[in-house]
Write a protein that binds this ligand. Sequence first.
Ligand code: F6R
Length: 613
Amino acid sequence: MCGIVGYIGARNATPIILGGLKKLEYRGYDSAGVAVIHGNQIEVRREAGKLSQLVDLIGKSPIDGAPGIGHTRWATHGAPSAKNAHPHLGNSGKMVVVHNGIVENFLELKAELDGEGITFNSDTDTETIVHLAECQRAGGTSFEEAARRTFKRIHGANVVVLISTDEPDKIIAARIGNAGGVVIGLGEGENFIASDIPAILEHTRRVIFLESRQMAVVTKDSVELTTLDGQKITPEIHSIAYDAVSAEKGEYRHFMQKEIHEQVRALTDTVAGRVDFQEGRIRLPELKLTSELAKRIQRIYITACGTAAYAGMVGKYLIEKIARIPVEVVIASEFRYSDPIVDENTVVMAISQSGETADTLAAMEEGRKKGAIIWSIVNAIGSQAMRVSDGTISMQTGPEIGVASTKAFTAPLVDQYMLAILLADLRGTLDEKTRKELVADLRLIPDVAGRTLDTESQVEKIAYELKDISGCLYLGRGINMPIAYEGALKLKEISYVHAEGYPAGEMKHGPIALIDEEMPVICLALQDPWHEKMISQIQQAKARGGTVIAVATEGDQLVADMADHVLWIPKIPWMLSPIISVFPLQMLAYHIAAIRGLDVDQPRNLAKSVTVE
Ligand code: F6R
């Protein structure tokens, strides 16, 4: 979603802001802008399109000064255009705002401001914020107090950052609800504000996170934190050990390709330090799971969005099979509207790469309200999802930049496998031999993962054959059914090809009508308990003229004889198979999109972290 960067200090803010926005560009990218205070004036540059277009504009028409604020936008109100790009100036020209979120009472506020004769220069909801703040200042109220009053009038989940020529020694930032993060970076005689850590990492590793309904008044030497009601808060300073270097593309054409290949390391790191292979035991200390708690749990809700929800569907199989605890997976945007049956013996577990997806945070909040135990599996260090959880499993993947999630899909599969073993162990429901076998199987992952990634050139050849398709079906059963969903999602989001994931057994109840010579069918036909059923599915698709691409276990002659193409994976115990069977589908989607010449890392209409409902 939108990216925000702010700077206050002695340096020129413009290059610092542009550098930070570049690191956040993956969040939202239909337009961008920067505003700085120069002398007694606010100078603004805004441009539609990619950040590079704003950089060109500033190259031709430079601005310098400080403090400054900048923004990359993912449109919610008003088309992506220069006019609607942030920052937005107030009518006096003395105050300017950037914003992430949706002002839910925008129409009501706009009507009020219209009534006062305020001129609107954009179609955004954001503009109401700066006009409101200027109105609050009218009677000589301080910038801080005017901002506070304004923040209190805004409904919904929003992050707002303001600067003003009246008090140019301050940046004021607020987090109103769960609209994504606000991190304040602490420098020497300078300070930074950003939506996410990578934007300021090259300047500082000492940061303060803003919680919901908090605001910060930031000068070059100080940060004052209060609640929106004005209560002072002592800021907690975190030190970030974060590998900025891994946020570079290196030898790969795209971040997505790099991140697909990083899965071997990510999965190895996921297991490392958490498994005692000798004893056959799992350690997940951040989860703070005791045997008393494990025995108390009667139900687990896994809640997440998109790819993360599909990871949760695999988790359901694993936890139910190994730990015998009932698990329901509920899409986060539905969770709080479904009146879930939750009590103090229920776990609500969120899965989120960014840890700041608004729907997921709202689902966690709902769980909290109803008294549940809140867990999360999260990638982004220090994110809101991590901070509001009773226990966490942090993904060991490093930053994921490509919008289409890959390594942040497979890491939580391993996390949930380990969680299932730990739960069963602590509940005393797993015999020692089975436990040791399940744990020992984790050793297989790096080798099998590496060998599967080595098949990339064969996957690429099949991608060439499929490059012009206009639709595709993905079928799976059992634990590999969610992989059919995930494979289809990967294809549609980066190739813009309509793709549908389906439980294979449901085909005969309708979707089989879609199959003809034009419709490739991708079948996950692994050597798992559903193998025979998938074989008959391949036969049915072939009988209707469909081209079948199977994902199969090496050496499976039956599948080789029937399918038109096979994407092979090495033998692996079926409970771990989804971790690997998704690799060929990630690579296939990647290569189809790359062959089509599409913007793989920043597909149209999408954003990396979705901080609006
Ligand atoms: C698809 C994708 C999305 C995310 C979803 C949740 O490739 O990345 O479907 O999985 O938006 O995001 P997080 O995991 O950040 O909560």
